[in-house]
Write a protein that binds this ligand. Structure first.
Ligand code: SF4
Ligand code: SF4
Length: 181
């Protein structure tokens, strides 16, 4: 498979600069509302703030992958004398907590780096953080070329044309059974 250049987007979090204002949660939930900007409910945000003012803990966390089951073992971190709770740094939408779940449907939420924004524009949470706690970075990396879905569809279409839909479906069913078994 050939190599292609891919843009890797990341957001560096400077926890010491976060003051817990929650502007990032507000803008993210408003941008992802349907229609856009029709509401702002932090429960729908893809960035959530772990906020414990008495311990001076303000920790922005981005929603990552969906996890079907909760972890059996958990860790606690102490950094600069501050103790962070179990799961604090975890990005998963998992059954053990309410974070990163769409409140009405319960479906998992995941940060999409504001992919609907025009090219070149920084993610909205970064733009809205006036304390520079969220720093946007981009770099290019060489990765294996992904097979595009359109290519798969085109390939399947041509096989259906050649062998007929039923034969393709029977073959896929047989292949998936042999993979499982
Ligand atoms: S907008 Fe910035 S300072 Fe405010 S809660 Fe989010 S990360 Fe922290
Ligand atoms: S990058 Fe966009 S989608 Fe991700 S948390 Fe920030 S505002 Fe939300």
């Amino acid at each position: 498979m050939s190599k292609v250049k891919k843009k890797i987007k990341s957001i560096k979090i400077d926890v010491d600069k976060c003051n817990g204002c929650r502007a990032c949660e507000m803008i993210c939930s408003a941008f992802h509302a349907n229609p856009k900007y029709s509401s702002n409910n932090p429960e729908r945000s893809r960035i959530r703030l772990i906020r414990e003012p008495l311990k001076d803990v303000y920790l922005p966390i981005y929603a990552g992958e969906y996890a079907k089951a909760e972890c059996m073992g958990r860790d606690k971190y102490v950094i600069d004398g501050k103790e962070y709770g179990e799961c604090s740094f975890c990005r998963a939408s998992c059954p053990s907590r309410d974070a990163f779940k769409e409140p009405d449907s319960g479906l998992p939420l995941k940060c999409d780096m504001c992919e609907d924004l025009p090219p070149g524009e920084k993610p909205l949470c970064v733009q809205r953080c006036l304390n520079d706690a969220l720093i946007y970075e981009e770099r290019e990396e060489e990765v294996e070329e992904e097979v595009k879905l359109e290519d798969v569809e085109t390939g399947l279409e041509s096989m259906v044309d050649k062998y007929g839909l039923q034969k393709i479906m029977d073959t896929v069913a047989r292949m998936s059974m042999s993979k499982k078994g």
